[in-house]
Ligand binder design. Structure first.
Ligand SMILES: Cc1cc2nc3c(=O)[nH]c(=O)nc-3n(C[C@H](O)[C@H](O)[C@H](O)COP(=O)(O)O)c2cc1C
Length: 199
């Protein structure tokens, strides 16, 4: 059995919906299960604290969730062409895992929701890959044999799934399909890599 951690931040729900579709793609792969987690907001008030368990949605991620997973999907809304601060804040606190090489050799993919069509889908996805590469993860995108990637008129990129959320656009069938493809690819690659000792 392999476990794929689907970690996201979402303010308005679009990235959360993508995370659940990716988890469905993982769960559709025999021998794979998904663990969905989120991160708390960050605050300008340094001493502010959140309840340990969010009022709704999945639990907050821990470093152990990252360490124990066999693969990883990281999702964020586009904030000024980049990933949102709460996710970056969490990642900036993963140095202990970096020192150990704990994530090295694990497959990882990225996804985003972006309100405008040309507002930063690809830049956000690429920026999210950088820390994963520093951790030695094997970055997985979407192959162009996927017809949804060729036919989409909204989100979806070779770098990972995206959703053009506009003014509350529903997620399109092509965008949904590409989320499930990422989940299934991560699961399949994690199964293929398991116990191969690749670091
Ligand atoms: C601080 C902030 C910055 C944003 N920057 C961008 C941007 O650069 N380009 C864009 O198209 N949308 C931008 N948006 C819109 C979000 O990317 C979009 O609404 C996204 O779907 C929200 O995802 P969520 O529902 O998971 O929170 C921004 C939103 C916020 C709050």
């Amino acid at each position: 059995m392999v476990e794929i951690l689907v970690l996201y931040y979402s303010r308005r729900g679009a990235t959360a919906e993508m995370a659940n579709l990716i988890a469905r793609g993982v769960e559709g792969t025999p021998g794979a299960c998904a663990k969905v987690r989120t991160v708390p907001d960050v605050s300008a008030v340094c001493e502010a604290t959140k309840d340990a368990i969010p009022e709704q949605g999945p639990p907050y991620v821990t470093l152990d969730d990252l360490k124990s997973c066999d693969g990883f999907a990281l999702g964020s809304p586009t904030h000024f062409g980049n990933m949102a601060a709460p996710l970056k804040y969490f990642i900036d606190n993963t140095s202990a895992l970096w020192f150990e090489g704990a994530l090295s050799g694990k497959p990882a993919g990225v996804f985003t929701a972006t309100s405008s069509m040309h507002g930063g889908h690809e830049t956000t996805l690429l920026s999210m890959m950088l820390p994963l590469l520093h951790h030695g993860m094997i970055v997985v995108g979407l192959p162009s044999r996927e017809t949804a990637l060729l036919e989409t008129t909204s989100g979806g990129t070779p770098y990972g799934p995206s959703h053009h959320s506009g003014d509350d656009n529903p997620i399109s069938e092509d965008e949904k399909a590409l989320c499930r493809v990422l989940g299934a690819r991560l699961a399949g690659i994690a199964l293929a890599l398991k116990d191969r000792g690749i670091k």
